[in-house]
Design a protein around this ligand. Structure first.
Ligand SMILES: *[C@@H]1O[C@H](CO)[C@@H](O)[C@H](O)[C@H]1NC(C)=O
Ligand SMILES: *[C@@H]1O[C@H](CO)[C@@H](O)[C@H](O)[C@H]1NC(C)=O
Ligand SMILES: *[C@@H]1O[C@H](CO)[C@@H](O)[C@H](O)[C@H]1NC(C)=O
Ligand SMILES: *[C@@H]1O[C@H](CO)[C@@H](O)[C@H](O)[C@H]1NC(C)=O
Ligand SMILES: *[C@@H]1O[C@H](CO)[C@@H](O)[C@H](O)[C@H]1NC(C)=O
Length: 445
């Protein structure tokens, strides 16, 4: 009996031990499976959402809205199709060396003379407003000769040359103002007020800057519509002031994009060293002295950063204005901004709206280059936004750019203009009056 017991005990040991071990193993596995299943990733706070994406920030991080590698042609819209062709042609991954356009640095660009063989096929012109038709017919052409040039607009040696050289050279601000042949009064009011050229002091910082001024004009005479012939008058004006740039295209609303484009090309040749560029309309009021202060501060910050990071060549990519995000094309056929669905699909990139925008000279040079790869778009502000988008940039908003004017109550309160850099819109008379009032701001402001 005792022997048997002993034998049983050993048997028990030999049986139970592996069973218990297997049991432990099973428990371990079960527990680890539970732990794995119940794991939740840590909560990530999103600090940045790409502009143009309207998803609620708490819901998701920014994500591309379409496939990154979209090789299919967008159906339908003419502009998208044409742009798609260029995007593929200049895509450095798809094309390797071939993506380098021959026009990158030369004056002669083959892109300009390229015609669109299938345009009228892809785009049904019937039922489209007249200005859209005119735009589509000429959108492949962008080389218009200069009728009036200003070769020395930026080689100013006026007053600053005689003084002993300042330790910090003043920044230069090139003011490019879109005007039309007939707007003599607007131009003269600007010359006498906020558009004065030469060494202009800032509002607070005495340093200010060296201001140059050009007006951007197209052609308006009997051949482009019922316009009186003001050619001689314009020549006289240019002889006196030397600040007119005129190109040989019809000066219409949808041709305003050409002014930006041709101005950038002109700047590349005639004024590549400008520190900043202001581009605006001839019916705005600008507080140039305050603008110069703002630009001086940004310029100083940039130079400090440059010295600190030891990147003496780093360029400043600054563009400031009244920024409009998530805008969609206007589909109301009766308005002048109307862009049909068959011409453009999708939203607009962020852009600096109406009246005026300021950007750095180095950015202007980059815009001149990239604009050769962007199809002309009928709305000039949006076209600038599209070019920026292609540079991976987005304009910064500044509350001082009052595109939609001041609140009604503040409009006649001179003190309210303390916060303003630019205000739209003012008649020549209002510009002169406002200028005079702002020269002697009451101390309490
Ligand atoms: C985004 O959030 C706002 C409130 O924060 C809410 O009213 C809106 O419906 C949300 N939009 C979407 C698309 O979820
Ligand atoms: C690409 O460019 C490099 C240098 O510019 C050159 O050496 C190479 O041969 C080019 N390749 C092709 C396929 O053209
Ligand atoms: C300005 O420069 C032009 C040539 O660039 C020269 O003819 C003119 O005399 C200069 N004026 C002054 C005031 O130095
Ligand atoms: C722009 O100007 C060109 C050249 O004068 C002209 O052919 C075209 O019709 C104009 N476009 C618009 C939209 O007016
Ligand atoms: C900054 O650049 C200069 C010249 O390129 C070089 O001599 C110097 O060592 C650099 N300093 C630092 C901190 O990188």
């Amino acid at each position: 009996m005792g022997r048997c017991c002993k034998c049983n005990g050993r048997l028990l040991c030999m049986c139970l031990l592996p069973c218990m071990m297997t049991g432990h193993l099973l428990i371990y596995i079960t527990v680890s499976i539970f732990v794995t299943i119940s794991y939740a990733p840590p909560k990530i706070t999103i600090h940045y959402v790409a502009p143009g994406i309207s998803a609620n920030t708490s819901a998701m991080a920014s994500h591309p809205q379409g496939p990154f590698w979209n090789l299919r042609l967008e159906d339908g819209a003419l502009w998208n199709q044409l742009q798609h062709v260029w995007d593929r042609r200049y895509n450095p991954i798809l094309r390797g060396n071939a993506s380098r356009t021959p026009d990158e640095d030369s004056e002669d660009d083959s892109v300009d003379s390229e015609l669109c063989p299938s345009c009228d096929v892809a785009f049904d012109l019937s039922g489209v407003p007249e200005q859209m038709k005119a735009f589509v017919r000429s959108m492949h052409y962008r080389r218009y000769p200069l009728l009036i040039d200003q070769p020395d607009a930026c080689s100013s040696n006026s007053s600053s040359g005689s003084r002993s050289a300042p330790e910090v050279p003043p920044l230069t601000l090139l003011m490019a103002i879109k005007s039309q042949v007939g707007n003599f009064e607007n131009r003269q009011a600007i010359r006498e007020t906020w558009g004065r050229s030469g060494a202009i002091p800032g509002e607070v910082l005495r340093r200010g800057g060296l201001v140059h001024r050009v007006f951007l004009l197209g052609r308006q005479d009997s051949s482009t519509g019922p316009h009186p012939d003001l050619k001689n008058l314009l020549e006289l004006e240019n002889h006196k002031y030397g600040d007119i740039l005129q190109w040989d295209f019809r000066d219409t609303f949808f041709n305003l994009t050409l002014k930006d484009l041709l101005f950038w090309q002109w700047l590349r040749r005639r004024c590549p060293a400008a520190t900043f560029v202001f581009k605006g309309d001839d019916d705005v009021f600008v507080r140039t002295d305050a603008l110069l202060d703002f630009l001086n501060r940004r310029w100083d910050e940039h130079n400090l950063l440059r010295a600190y990071t030891n990147q003496s060549q780093a360029a400043l990519d600054l563009i400031v204005g009244d920024v409009i995000y998530n805008a969609a094309p206007n589909r109301e056929p009766s308005t002048k901004y109307f862009v049909p669905d068959s011409f453009y699909k999708g939203g607009y990139p962020p852009y600096a709206g109406g009246g005026g925008v300021v950007y750095s000279g180095s950015l202007a040079l980059r815009l001149a280059r990239v604009s050769r790869r962007v199809r002309l778009f009928p709305i000039d502000d949006v076209f600038l936004g599209m070019c920026l988008h292609r540079l991976g940039l987005s304009p910064s908003h500044h509350p001082g750019f009052m595109t939609f004017d001041l609140p009604e109550a503040d409009r006649w309160n001179t003190c309210a203009y303390k916060q303003v850099l630019l205000v739209h819109r003012r008649t020549p008379k209002e510009v002169l009056t406002l200028w005079k009032q702002l020269q002697s701001l009451p101390g309490g402001c």
